[in-house]
Design a protein around this ligand. Structure first.
Ligand code: OGA
Ligand code: NI
Length: 361
């Protein structure tokens, strides 16, 4: 069996999967990518995705929309917001397509070019890396299983400051992604505002926690010789308040866990997948629940997804609003600021709430 690298576990220089011409010569998946049997997607029960609620954000009855969002995020943790009239969600199909294409193009560039495009920010917050979630590992720990994906991410501050650090390749990157992230920020704001309203928390409690620096993540899952043993991303909740996901049309890959089963969240043109994040779950004391999801790979097709994560500001303390704390649902009393939470999350991988509440303050 060939291995992806031979440098004794140091994968900091591991080649981006998208730039490996040799992937399809592997007769088997390199062992670092082979998931333990219980995590694989080969024998799990898949349920049809018509059980995922569809929310029409473009409707005129605000109370009804709020009700639907709330119900969906309590029962499913994940909903797809379909906009019947594009003008109503503020993001045109054209901009959605251009955004997807610009990120596909980005991942299709030579590895050296991608590195150059990520190197302008003196703080090093623009990253392109392979095979791990969220941040590059310097060293692969023993037994660590890699994700079959490349990742490109960067902050996109609402102030639009430092856009000269943004890639200037592919052509029109700044223009397209600048506009896309502005529009998605407004959409996220609207969703959080409605959620807050529906939950009856003090107006602005939730969206006031929105930081000024969302992050855009372009995940790229190259075609994989054996999808039955690999995962693009293992199951997790997002470390965000809310995540808005743009999926590539015609290519499947996202799964949602519900009642111990997996539901395929197939792409629907002109539809965003909106995912309640783990932070919102903590802030509402579990009143809304972050969707547990994962991404699988395909044997013939690469897949790209564009993930927009709304984070709280770094010093915001993650704690439930008082409205959600009572005798029946006491707070589990773990208050950290977002910066510490994120550092913990990144270091320890994907955590469930049970594990989170065991963290020593
Ligand atoms: C993520 C994620 C899913 C996808 O990046 O957190 O869950 O479909 N991505 O790429
Ligand atoms: Ni996710």
């Amino acid at each position: 069996m060939e291995t992806m690298n031979n440098n004794n576990g140091d994968n900091s220089e591991m080649k981006l999967l998208a730039n490996r011409l040799d992937i399809h010569r592997f007769s088997e998946v390199p062992k670092y990518y082979v998931q333990p049997a219980e995590s694989r997607a080969d024998k799990v029960m898949m349920v049809k995705n018509d059980s995922i609620p569809i929310i029409n954000l473009g409707g005129h009855d605000r109370a009804h929309i709020i009700n639907q969002i709330l119900k969906a995020s309590q029962e499913y943790g994940l909903f797809q917001a379909i906009i019947l009239y594009v003008i109503n969600h503020g993001v045109s199909k054209k901009l959605m397509d251009e955004t997807m294409n610009v990120f596909k193009e980005f991942h299709g560039m030579p590895a050296e070019e991608k590195k150059i495009q990520c190197s302008k920010d003196p703080d090093g917050k623009f990253k392109v890396y392979t095979s791990t979630n969220y941040f590059p590992n310097k060293t692969r720990k023993d037994g660590q299983v890699e994700c079959w994906k490349d990742t490109f991410l960067h902050p996109c501050p609402t102030s639009a400051e430092n856009m000269n650090y943004w890639p200037d390749k592919p052509h029109k990157y700044r223009e397209i992604v600048g506009e896309y992230t502005r529009e998605l920020h407004a959409l996220a704001h609207k969703i959080l505002e409605m959620l807050g309203e529906g939950l009856g928390v003090a107006p602005k409690y939730i969206y006031n926690k929105m930081g000024e620096t969302p992050t855009i993540v372009a995940q790229h899952y190259p075609a994989c010789p054996d999808p039955s043993v690999t995962l693009g991303i293992p199951k997790h909740r997002d470390p965000s308040l809310v995540t808005i996901l743009l999926q590539e049309e015609q290519v499947q890959g996202l799964h949602l866990e519900k009642d111990g089963q997996w539901i395929a969240v197939d792409p629907i043109p002109n539809v965003f997948v909106v995912n309640i994040g783990f932070i919102l779950q903590l802030m509402t004391n579990g009143k809304v629940v972050g969707g547990i999801h994962r991404a699988v790979t395909n044997s013939k097709t690469a897949r790209t997804s564009v993930v927009y994560l709304i984070y709280p500001s770094p010093k915001a303390i993650i704690k439930p609003a008082e409205e959600f704390v009572n005798e029946k649902t006491p707070t589990l009393g773990k208050f950290m600021n977002f910066e510490d939470f994120h550092a913990y999350y990144v270091k320890n991988g994907m955590k469930t709430e049970e594990e989170y509440f065991k963290i020593k303050p």
